[in-house]
Design a protein around this ligand. Structure first.
Ligand code: UD1
Length: 427
């Protein structure tokens, strides 16, 4: 199993480039199910979850070419015939976002059989809202042997109010609605940039969608979608992780090829801490300000609030700021698994329910630590970058699910980080 070895102490200097957003790429790849034509996606990150999605689509009979043509980050998908519209457990268990194929499969083939995602390290993560929405659109849903089977000759437009804001739920049902008979109105939708990105692709494929990026989305169903070419948004969570890497190491880092408009909540919070940011059109330069960094509280919220996917990385920074920060996690229960490992490195964090109290200015020491999920892994790397000595991070496969060549990018700006074991995505 791969490990990272990180020696702390170097400020990060130079330019680091952001890849395409995994969380946009996953629904956009699923959207290719909706047409028998070719869909070409640019700026696809080379990360493990994308490879899993490739396998998932290929197992259903789709042609999927990652690294299409000469471009490493271009993907060609053609779902000419979907001979086997089943998302098998072996694939779904490694990536919960596999449930994103549910809506497009029923819309395209009238039938979907999808393994129920198991529990996930960061909470129960049910898909009841996806199912409820599909039932409102006329699908019949049954369960057997750990699989969910949904059928509908043609889905019907409906009025759906989400009980809770769900990102993949909004995306899944949006993909179902674009081929439904009549109008669908969704209320209390997720407003994340990944939803908007998916809607842009669907629109390029001929879908009629209004309001993506707001809490009400209206869709006029069409009978057929065609192929399209689409460029995936930059990854706002990867960009945010690099901003914190620059700030925590007291470096001078230019985070390039990002979309600053998607990073509003993080930018204001870092500025509140005293981090100096020069925000450009598609890049952000991060530098330490004149005085010491100060503590600031965060409370995770749906977009445009502070992203839950940045909570763990922010907590690593909070261990180094002056004063006490209160970190409240509102989206997922049990998303504090990095706390135990940060404390083993010398942090002073206590957790009560959904709130963590981080007492700052802790000198961090190297240790052998274990990654528990994708963003927790990134948090431990950030802590290791300022720890005294050599930290060994085990189970970095969690990190490989969503960060493209993380260690190479960080090494390119001066971090002392290397991988022990196979390097994912490299030939
Ligand atoms: C997506 C992101 C993930 C991010 C999360 C929140 C992808 C592939 N993943 O996950 O990185 O952390 O948004 O920004 O885009 N819920 C239900 N019933 C449902 C669906 C969700 O109760 O049917 C609950 C969840 O348990 C959670 C909350 O709603 O408490 C938000 O979850 P959701 O937005 O669905 O997260 P994902 O889409 O899985």
């Amino acid at each position: 199993m791969d490990k990272f070895v990180v020696r702390g102490g170097n400020p990060l200097l130079g330019t680091i480039k952001v890849s395409g957003a995994k969380n946009s790429a996953l629904p956009c790849m699923a959207a290719a199910i909706l047409t028998e034509d070719e869909v070409i996606l640019e700026n696809i990150p080379q990360v493990r979850d994308i490879e899993t999605e490739r396998k998932l689509l290929a197992s259903m009979g789709a042609e999927v070419e990652l690294g299409y043509g000469r471009a490493q980050h271009r993907t060609r998908i053609k779902c000419g015939i979907l001979s086997d519209p089943i998302a098998k457990y072996e694939i779904v268990k490694t990536m919960r976002a596999s449930s994103l194929v549910l809506g497009p499969l029923i819309a395209r083939t009238g039938m979907a059989r999808v393994a129920m995602p198991g529990g996930c390290a960061i909470g129960g993560r049910p898909i009841d809202l996806h199912i409820k929405g599909l039932e409102s659109m006329g699908a019949t849903v049954t369960y057997d042997h750990g699989y969910l089977e949904a059928r509908a000759d043609r889905l019907k437009g409906a009025h759906i109010v989400f009980d809770k804001i769900t990102v993949t739920g909004t995306e899944d049902l949006l993909m179902a609605a674009v081929l439904a008979d009549g109008e669908t109105v969704f209320e209390n939708c997720a407003r994340e940039p990944e939803v908007t990105d998916l809607a842009a692709l669907l629109t390029a494929m001929g879908a009629k969608i209004e309001g993506a990026g707001t809490s009400t989305i209206k869709v006029q169903g069409v009978t057929r979608l065609h192929g399209a070419r689409h460029r995936i948004n930059p990854d706002r969570i990867e960009a945010g992780t690099f901003l914190i890497a620059g700030a925590i190491t007291g470096g001078d880092l230019n985070v390039d090829a990002c979309e600053p408009k998607h990073l509003g909540a993080l930018i204001s919070k870092l500025e509140e801490c005293g981090v100096k940011l020069d925000v450009g059109k598609d890049s952000i330069r991060v530098r330490s300000g004149s005085g010491p960094l100060k503590a600031a509280d965060i409370s995770t919220q749906e977009y445009p609030g502070f992203p839950t996917d940045m909570q763990a990385q922010y907590m690593a920074l909070a261990t180094q700021t002056e004063g006490t920060s209160i970190v409240t996690e509102n989206i997922f229960e049990n998303r504090f698994m990095h706390v135990g490992e940060l404390n083993r490195m010398g942090a002073d964090i206590t957790v009560q329910g959904r709130t963590a109290t981080v007492r700052g200015k802790s000198p961090l020491q190297s240790a052998a630590v274990m990654c528990s999920d994708l963003r927790a892994s990134a948090s431990l790397v950030l802590a290791a970058l300022v720890a005294d000595g050599e930290t060994i991070l085990d189970r970095v496969y969690h990190l490989d699910r969503g960060y493209e060549h993380f260690e190479d990018k960080l090494r390119g700006v001066g971090a002392q980080i290397r991988r022990m074991g196979e390097v994912f995505g490299k030939k």
